[in-house]
Write a protein of this length. Structure first.
Length: 316
């Protein structure tokens, strides 16, 4: 039988000039004037995932030669990921969104303009959620069921609006409490399916349950250590990071990782006006990110790499 350990690789598709830390120096009104580098960097990720698949798939299933299998556990070996795409990017590069979809990955929403949802009114947020969902569905011809809030800025009220906008799941909760923009949720009383939390079930045309699929962090001795990806992935030594992921998989059987395409681009333009702290967090070890992600995937090649949508379907 296949592995019962899952890794969910998630990519927040936004460009170098759209990150929250740089907003004081790069206002929205200047976005159209900036160099678009997200297409090249996203292709880097797509090619990385495909190259790992081709390297590990050395044996063929005699019953179905289309799906190579791992000779150890007999399961299909394929790195599939979820790409949370900013609608502003999708409008500029619809062919990139179609490419992500055509290469077997899940396309989900990251909102329209990287606005923090907890700073929007309920009506503004609903518009952002429905507009981004419709745009991505029009481009791919497939249903979009997932959402991730910029800067993980999620609240109970935000979750309700996401649910009411027709999504199956949100993947915005980051339990690391020492970041000022991360939202706060109390999920301790919610029923779980794997690592997903059932939020509620409301009447809707599909009668579907709505889930929260949090970013993974390591819980030790009542403390939360940030091991979900992003800057922490670039800053923490590889051996320490991978050891933490092993602990998370032992505790929960699944691990949710996130990254951004700009984190694979050491040649991106520099925002020299930004504070030293923001520049350190943004630029440190960019040249190592691709190698580290390859190492992470290959170190856990006994796990199944599924999209968020696939994981929810498999554990329900």
């Amino acid at each position: 039988m296949g592995s019962d350990k899952y890794i969910l690789l998630t990519i927040d598709v936004e460009d170098w000039f759209q990150v929250e830390n740089f907003k004081p120096w790069i206002p929205f009104s200047t976005w159209d004037q900036r160099e678009l580098r997200v297409e090249k960097n996203t292709h880097r990720l797509l090619d990385l995932f495909d190259s790992i698949k081709s390297e590990t798939n050395q044996f063929v299933n005699p019953i179905n030669s289309i799906n190579p299998i791992n000779p150890i556990n007999g399961q299909t070996e394929k790195v599939e990921a979820t790409f949370f795409v900013l609608a502003w990017i999708a409008e500029k590069l619809p062919h990139l969104v179609r490419e992500i979809h055509s290469r077997g990955h899940e396309v989900a929403s990251h909102g329209c303009y990287h606005q923090l949802p907890d700073k929007l009114s309920a009506d503004e947020l609903k518009q952002d959620l429905t507009d981004s969902k419709k745009l991505l569905e029009d481009i791919t011809g497939a249903e979009v069921v997932g959402y991730r809030a910029p800067s993980f800025a999620v609240t109970d009220g935000v979750l309700k609006t996401i649910e009411n906008s027709g999504y199956l799941y949100d993947s915005s909760y980051n339990s690391f409490g020492m970041h000022g923009r991360y939202g706060h949720l109390d999920l301790s009383q919610n029923e779980t399916r794997g690592i997903a939390f059932k939020i509620s079930q409301i009447p809707n045309p599909k009668s579907q349950i709505f889930y929260e699929l949090p970013i993974s962090n390591l819980q030790l001795g009542g403390l939360t250590f940030p091991l979900g990806g992003g800057g922490y992935f670039r800053l923490i030594p590889v051996s320490v990071y991978n050891s933490g992921v092993k602990k998370i998989l032992r505790q929960q059987d699944a691990y949710v990782f996130y990254a951004h395409p700009w984190e694979f681009d050491p040649e991106q333009p520099k925002v020299n006006q930004a504070s030293a702290s923001f520049k350190f967090r943004h630029y440190t070890n960019l040249y190592k990110t691709e190698t580290r992600l390859r190492n992470l995937i290959e170190s856990f090649d006994h796990c199944r790499f599924l999209t968020c949508k696939q994981y929810l379907a498999e554990t329900n």
